[in-house]
Design a protein around this ligand. Structure first.
Ligand code: MIG
Length: 816
């Protein structure tokens, strides 16, 4: 496109009339502190460099970069020199925006895209963001500011934004707080926080990304800074939201909505999504600190099969190693690991083992020797090695911020992979050191050649560790999808791993904290997340364990785990009554697998979060923004876990539309709160009316049974409704070559007819030829059933339920 053409399009983006109506923050009265900070002064000059606009007050510079129609990045250079443009979080820095434009009048500069206007006030340098109708979404309360910092010759950098009266704040990773962060001050500094409490700061992960909703519209801010960061959401000053850092650059992305779900989606465009996990990774997993020796592992596995409770994976915690040396086996406990793993595998179990970052200082240990010989371990400021005590005793630690070290680390998994291990669990990677918390600040890191102290590298240490793990496994497994899980994380970690919420407690309060954390993680880009079901420390009773298991079915990652000094935690450990309920719910997870797999695909491919709070479904009603107990699992299921002992019933808000109660198919009208009974063997689970949902038969592990014909539940609803399904063979990266099948069902129904259309896209061929379609909630008796011109009839299955046998590649089915 020619430049003049571009200009033309650009100028049409925003009319003069709209410009006059753009809202922005006006000169506030500043109450400056005694310790002098430097604030941006009036704008004195403006230049354009490619997509970037640079504004200067004579000394400091601010860069405004148009990333896309919905994303604008702002950077501050206190003395006019920007830092190298490098990020561990952002995948693609070089987005080509469609069109953008800059204009000015007496008061402001306006950088605009098709959807966003960024206003820079000439007099006070306040930066504001509005939509193209002029509605202010987010704006500076005071100009960006900084403080020279003699500690290390850099700056503390600060941004202070206006907080609107009605504004609600979400996001920020694993915070154990109410979903709405308003009034909270949070700290990001990855920490090993055994038995953490409600509202404790900081925790294991650093996700410096929040969303704001004001006047029914949403936006996000991603403050991409790896130093210790702080956010205050109207906590100190009711009308201000601030974020700041102890170093690095003031650099943030404004991400436009106006729908919350689109903000999350666009954040995923910046930071990536999780690859499609192997099918077995979304089954049920059993873990314990620790299952050993071998006989115990085999016993647990046998019990699952004997009791017919589905399970796909068993975990080995640190005790499988020889003296906690990573990549070794304790031969006393596990004399023949290969045989054990292959026996487990023949029985349908995958084996997942733990790997920590601390490498034992031991001249006779090959991993230590290799790391030492190649200078792979982190060093202090005086070049002496960073040493700390963890499980193996005295340890040194790889510098995962060096690509060479990551390459080496990835290769170390070779032996365990050859032994048959299917997944890896990276723990203690905040990094955690006994007694001292973490590394001292002066530890040096390579930081992809940009170099930095531990102050800069701390929050990405765990992410780079699991990145090394993932990259190595991807090579070792050839085309097979790895499974990894990490405790520490920074924004973007979803590209390499799933996460869990660390050492929680077996209390009802922690069950509640867990549902908040998982919703929050899902809104923060880490959709593949789970809690230690049942609680890590302390002892649950059967009821708490069982209610937590029910929530676990709707946790993206479903794993029971616990500390070694607690009571047994297998699904049968609390007696037959609880076992039966746990079994029923684990079976439910397996029935839902095709649906769960599809929502993982939607996450991977389209950046859609897996857990969606009611706020994400109906953000225009203020009251909904504060609901935090009910949430959607994908786009078709709404749940509200039971969070109290002896609870007989629960009030649940159902979003607009009709909903089928899962256990008896009663239909409830949404847009209302309803009260639902909560007997121990049920929980509030609702399926959106209009949905077409695939269901697997119960299997003891994924892939155990060949599907003869796929069961589809057709939940009747009047009007037009869309459902999406995804399928492939479940194991390799062939989906990157389009070897998959995306299915789109369109149900168009009236009071006396159902029309169902199917569209299929992709190159995968299913192993079965037909669907068994089970109509649910039909308001009429079908007389005429026609599939692609062929007449069919209702059949009755062994349970007396009615279904229609239909070709799996049918295009149109009518039921009248
Ligand atoms: O210092 O490996 O959060 O899941 O069982 C404790 C032992 C180390 C902490 C993890 C937990 C794991 C435990 N680990």
């Amino acid at each position: 496109m020619s430049d003049t053409k571009k200009e033309e399009i650009a100028s049409s983006l925003i009319s003069e009339e709209v410009l006059e109506n753009i809202q922005h923050v006006n000169n506030p009265v500043l109450d400056l502190p005694i310790i002098e900070k430097t604030y941006l002064q009036s704008v004195r000059s403006f230049t354009k460099e490619g997509n970037n606009y640079i504004f200067s007050d004579g000394k400091a510079k601010v860069e405004v970069k148009v990333v896309s129609d919905d994303i604008i990045r702002v950077r501050l250079a206190p003395i006019g020199v920007f830092l190298d443009d490098f990020s561990y979080a952002v995948v693609d820095q070089a987005h080509e925006p469609h069109s953008y434009d800059v204009k000015e009048d007496e008061i402001n500069y306006y950088v605009s895209t098709n959807n966003v206007v960024c206003t820079i006030n000439k007099q006070n340098f306040l930066v504001s963001f509005s939509d193209t109708k002029g509605k202010l979404m987010n704006g500076d309360f005071s100009p960006m500011h900084w403080e020279e910092n003699d500690d290390f010759g850099g700056y503390y950098v600060y941004a202070t934004k206006k907080a609107f009266d009605d504004e609600v704040f979400y996001g920020c990773g694993d915070k154990a707080s109410h979903l709405n962060l308003r009034g909270r001050r949070i700290i990001n500094w990855n920490s090993d926080t055994y038995s953490y409490a409600f509202n404790q700061e900081p925790l294991y992960k650093t996700i410096p990304f929040y969303q704001g909703v004001t006047g029914g519209d949403a936006y996000g801010i991603f403050f991409d800074n790896t130093f210790k960061t702080y956010f205050d959401f109207g906590g100190e000053h009711k009308d201000q939201t601030s974020f700041w850092s102890e170093g690095g650059e003031l650099q943030y992305y404004y991400i436009h909505g106006p729908q919350l779900i689109d903000v999350v989606k666009r954040y995923h465009e910046l930071t990536g999504t999780h690859y499609l996990p192997p099918m077995w990774a979304i089954g049920y997993h059993q873990c314990r600190w620790s299952y050993y020796p071998e006989a115990n592992v085999r016993h647990v596995a046998d019990q699952f099969r004997k009791r017919e409770i589905p399970c796909d994976a068993i975990y080995l915690d640190i005790d499988y190693m020889d003296g906690y040396r990573c990549f070794t086996w304790n031969k006393k406990y596990f004399p023949d690991p290969k045989q054990m793993i292959s026996d487990l595998s023949a029985n349908g179990f995958k084996t997942v083992v733990m790997i920590d970052p601390g490498i034992k200082v031991d001249e006779n240990y090959w991993v230590f020797k290799e790391g030492q010989d190649n200078k792979y371990f982190c060093r202090r400021g005086d070049d002496y090695f960073m040493e700390g005590f963890v499980w193996p005793g005295r340890c040194q630690f790889p510098d995962y911020t060096n690509p060479k070290v990551r390459e080496w680390w990835g290769g170390l998994y070779k032996g365990l992979v050859e032994d048959g291990v299917a997944g890896f669990w990276n723990d203690m990677n905040e990094p955690a050191i006994f007694g001292k918390g973490t590394f001292p600040d002066d530890v040096r890191h390579y930081y992809e050649g940009y170099r930095g102290s531990h102050r800069k590298a701390h929050n990405i240490y765990g992410m780079q560790m699991v990145r090394a793990t993932y990259d190595g496994l991807k090579k070792l497994y050839k085309n097979k999808r790895p499974f990894t899980i990490t405790r520490a994380a920074y924004s973007g970690t979803q590209r390499y791993s799933s996460v869990w919420t660390g050492d929680n407690i077996a209390t009802w309060e922690h069950l509640r904290i867990g549902i908040l954390q998982l919703q929050r993680l899902s809104m923060s880009g880490l959709s593949f997340c789970g809690t230690d079901i049942g609680g890590f420390t302390g002892n649950p009773d059967g009821e708490l364990y069982t209610r937590w298991m029910q929530f676990g079915v709707f946790s993206p990652f479903m794993r029971v785990h616990s500390a070694g000094d607690t009571v047994d935690r297998e699904p049968w450990s609390f007696g037959p009554e609880w076992e039966a309920i746990c079994k029923k719910f684990i079976e439910l997870r397996y029935k839902l697998l095709p649906y769960i797999y599809s929502i993982f695909w939607q996450q991977h491919k389209y950046g859609l979060p897996i857990l969606r709070p009611v706020a994400m479904l109906e953000q225009d009603v203020y009251k909904n923004l504060l609901r935090e107990e009910e949430f959607a699992f994908g786009d078709k299921i709404l749940v509200s876990p039971v969070l109290n002992p002896s609870q007989k019933s629960k009030v649940v808000y159902l979003p607009q539309g009709n909903w089928y109660y899962y256990f008896n198919n009663t239909v409830y009208a949404g847009g209302n709160e309803i009260e639902i009974n909560t007997p121990l063997d049920e929980m509030p689970i609702f399926i959106k009316a209009g949905t077409v949902m695939a269901e697997y038969p119960v299997m003891q592990y994924t892939g155990e049974k060949k599907i003869e014909s796929l069961k589809l539940l057709l939940y009747y609803d009047e009007g037009e409704n869309h459902s999406y399904g995804y399928t492939d063979h479940g194991e390799t990266f062939a989906y990157e070559q389009n070897i998959f099948l995306e299915k789109h069902f369109i149900q168009n129904s009236t009071a006396n007819s159902v029309k169902l259309l199917q569209q299929r896209d992709g190159l995968f061929t299913e192993k079965y030829d037909d669907y068994k379609i089970y109509p649910v909630g039909l308001p009429f008796e079908p007389k005429n059933i026609v599939m692609d011109g062929v007449s069919l009839y209702l059949q009755i299955d062994e349970n007396g339920e009615k279904y229609i046998l239909v070709d799996n590649d049918f295009k149109k089915l009518t039921i009248e």
